[in-house]
Design a protein around this ligand. Structure first.
Ligand code: ADP
Ligand code: GLC
Length: 499
C-alpha cells in the first residue's frame, strides 16, 4: 500500500512528545513490512534546510479565496530500510513556519494563526502528492493539526471532477487521536481560510458552540478513526474522558478502535544504548547499577545503592498529574520526599508555575533533584538508572515512558488509566506477580500511598522487585505487532469502499 502520513511532528525532525516518536516508528515499521510510506510535516525554523534536498519549483496551495506559495524539501528518514526508504517531505512557508516553536512559544503557547498555519499545511499535503505524481491509497492523519486533511479528502479532493482526475478518487483516510485534550478550537472567522463552503462548516461538524473545532470536523470526516490504546478508545467514549467529544466518538463507534503504540527498540534498548555507561540485559544487570550511580552523580545525589531511586521524565502539564504532585498547597512530592527513605529525580519542561515549584522544591529537599529542560540523552539515563518510574497521569492515551521503563527493568508507578492500564500489571503482594504499582484515585494521597507501597516492597520484598524487573524486561513492545494491526485497519477501510 501507498501510505501518506500527515503530521505536525516526526522524530528526529520536530518533536514535543510521543506523537513524533509514534509517527516515525510506525512509518519505518510499515516500510519494513513492504509498504511505501511518505511523511509530510511543516519545515519549522529549527529543521536545518541545509541538510535537506530542495525539490525544483515552488508549489501553489489554495488557501481561502487565494493561494499561498510553498517550497518543498525532502529527506530520507534515518534508519529506514535501504531498499524501501521512508521519505519525509517538508512544507516550507516563511510566514507560517519561519519562526521558533511548533505550536507556540512560552510567551504565546498557541500561535494566533495556528488555524491558518495548519489548514495551509493540510491542503499542501494534497498539492505535494500532485507535485511528485503520487496518489496514496491511505492518508493517515494524526491529531488536530492534521485533522483538516480527511476533511479536504472527503469534501473536496476525493470528488471526481468529471473527466478531470483528482488523483485521490481511491484514497481513504484514517485519523489517529493521540490526545483528545487538544482539539484546535478557534474563532470561526478562521473558517474562511479553508476555502470550503459554509455548508461544509455544518456538514463536516466544525461547529462547536459558535466556534470552529478542527479535530471534531476530522472525527466526522475521516473514513476510519482510532486512538493509541484500546483502553483509551473505551474511555474516550465516556463523558469523563471524552473532552466533550464523547458523543461524536460514540456516534462513530463502529469505525473507532484502539491500537497500542509500540516503542522503537533500536533506540530504547538497554543492551545497546549509547547514553548509558554500560549495556545490560536480563542476564546481566550490573550495567543497571552503573547507570544508577551515573544518574545519582549527574543529579548530585549521594551514590547510595540501597535507597530506591524514583525517576520522572515528563511534560509539566496537568495531564501528567503534576498538579497532584507539585500543586503548591497540596502536592504529594514534598511529603513523599520528607517521609520516605528514597531519592527522586525529574527531567521536564512545561507550565511556568510548575517549573518554579519544582525548582523551589529541589532547593528545599536533599533527596529531590530536578533539571528543567529537554534532554534526550538524560531521559535515557533516567529510564536506565532509576528503580521506579513515576507517571501519575490524570489521563494517558498511550504513554511511551512506562514502556521504556519496563524495557529497562525500571518499575512503573502509574495511575490506572488509558494506555498505562493496558501496559502495566499491578503488583500482587501475595505472589510477587505483576510489573508495576498502580492506583485509581485522582488524589495526591493516592500517589503518596502507592509510592509508599513501592518503597515498602523495595525494603521488605526485594526478591519480588527483582522478579518484577525481569518480567517487565521480557515484555514485547516492538512495533511489529502494532504496525500489522494498522495494515489491517487500512485494508478494512479500503474494503469498505471496495478499493
Ligand atoms: P506525551 O507525548 O503525552 O508527552 P509520551 O509518554 O507518549 O507522552 O511521550 C513522551 C516522550 O517525550 C518520551 O519519548 C519522553 O522520553 C519524551 N520527553 C518528554 N519530556 C522530555 C524531556 N524533558 N526531555 C527528554 N525527553 C522528554
Ligand atoms: C500523545 C499522548 C501519549 C501518547 C503519544 C503517542 O502525546 O499524550 O499518551 O503516547 O501521543 O501516541
Amino acid at each position: 500500500m501507498k501510505i501518506l502520513m500527515v503530521s505536525s511532528e516526526a522524530a528526529p525532525y520536530a518533536k514535543t512528545g510521543g506523537l513524533a516518536d509514534m509517527v516515525s516508528a510506525l512509518s519505518i515499521t510499515l516500510a519494513r513490512l513492504g509498504h511505501e510510506v511518505k511523511i509530510v510535516i511543516p519545515r519549522y525554523y529549527a529543521v536545518d534546510k541545509g541538510k535537506l534536498e530542495l525539490l525544483p519549483g515552488a508549489m501553489g496551495v489554495p488557501l481561502g479565496g487565494g493561494e499561498e506559495w510553498s517550497a518543498v524539501y525532502s529527506a530520507v528518514m534515518p534508519d529506514t530500510p535501504e531498499e524501501n526508504p521512508v521519505r519525509v517531505y517538508f512544507i516550507d512557508h516563511e510566514v507560517f513556519f519561519g519562526r521558533d516553536g511548533i505550536y507556540g512559544t512560552p510567551f504565546e503557547p498557541d500561535f494566533l494563526d495556528n488555524p491558518r498555519r495548519f489548514t495551509f499545511f493540510c491542503r499542501a499535503a494534497f498539492q505535494l502528492c500532485r507535485k511528485i505524481g503520487w496518489s496514496p491509497d491511505v492518508l493517515h492523519a494524526h491529531d488536530w493539526p492534521a485533522a483538516m486533511a480527511p476533511v479536504y479528502l472527503k469534501f473536496a479532493e476525493r470528488l471526481s471532477g468529471g473527466k478531470v482526475k483528482t488523483g485521490f478518487e481511491k484514497t481513504v483516510s484514517v485519523l489517529t487521536i493521540h490526545n483528545l485534550g487538544y482539539q484546535g478550537i478557534y474563532s470561526k472567522d478562521n473558517f474562511r481560510y479553508t476555502g470550503l463552503g459554509w455548508d461544509v462548516f455544518y456538514n463536516a461538524g466544525f461547529e462547536d458552540w459558535n466556534m470552529m473545532n478542527l479535530l471534531k470536523a476530522g472525527l466526522y470526516s475521516a473514513d476510519r478513526l482510532n486512538t493509541v490504546s484500546p483502553n483509551y478508545a473505551a474511555e474516550t467514549m465516556l463523558q469523563v474522558h471524552g473532552f466533550r467529544l464523547d458523543g461524536v466518538l460514540r456516534y462513530r463507534s463502529a469505525d473507532y478502535s484502539g491500537i497500542l503504540n509500540g516503542i522503537d527498540t533500536n533506540v530504547w534498548n538497554p543492551a545497546k544504548d549509547p547514553f548509558i555507561p554500560e549495556p545490560y540485559s536480563g542476564e546481566n544487570m550490573e550495567g543497571k547499577a552503573a547507570a544508577k550511580e551515573a544518574l545519582q552523580k549527574e543529579f548530585g545525589l549521594p551514590a547510595d545503592r540501597g535507597a530506591p531511586l524514583i525517576g520522572m521524565v515528563t511534560r509539566l502539564t496537568g495531564q501528567k498529574g503534576v498538579g497532584d504532585l507539585f500543586g503548591p498547597a497540596y502536592g504529594s512530592a514534598w511529603p513523599i520526599c520528607r517521609d520516605m527513605n528514597l531519592q527522586m529525580v525529574l527531567l521536564g519542561t512545561g507550565e511556568a508555575w510548575c517549573e518554579h515549584e519544582i525548582t523551589s522544591l529541589s532547593s528545599r529537599l536533599s533527596n529531590f533533584k530536578a533539571k528543567i529542560g529537554y534532554n534526550e540523552g538524560l531521559s535515557h539515563l533516567i529510564e536506565a538508572g532509576s528503580d521506579f518510574f513515576l507517571m501519575p497521569s490524570r489521563y494517558e492515551p498511550c504513554g511511551l515512558n512506562q514502556m521504556y521503563s519496563l524495557t529497562y527493568g525500571t518499575l512503573p508507578i502509574v495511575r490506572k488509566t488509558g494506555g498505562l492500564a493496558d501496559t502495566v500489571e499491578n503488583y500482587i503482594e501475595a505472589s510477587g506477580g505483576g510489573d508495576g504499582f498502580m492506583f485509581d484515585d485522582l488524589t495526591p494521597q493516592a500517589i503518596y500511598n502507592t509510592v509508599g507501597w513501592a518503597v515498602w516492597a523495595w525494603y521488605n520484598r526485594h526478591e519480588h522487585i527483582e522478579a518484577m524487573r525481569l518480567r517487565g524486561m521480557r515484555q514485547d513492545f516492538s512495533w511489529e505487532k502494532s504496525a500489522k494491526m494498522y495494515v489491517d485497519l487500512y485494508e478494512k477501510t479500503r474494503a469498505k469502499f471496495g478499493f
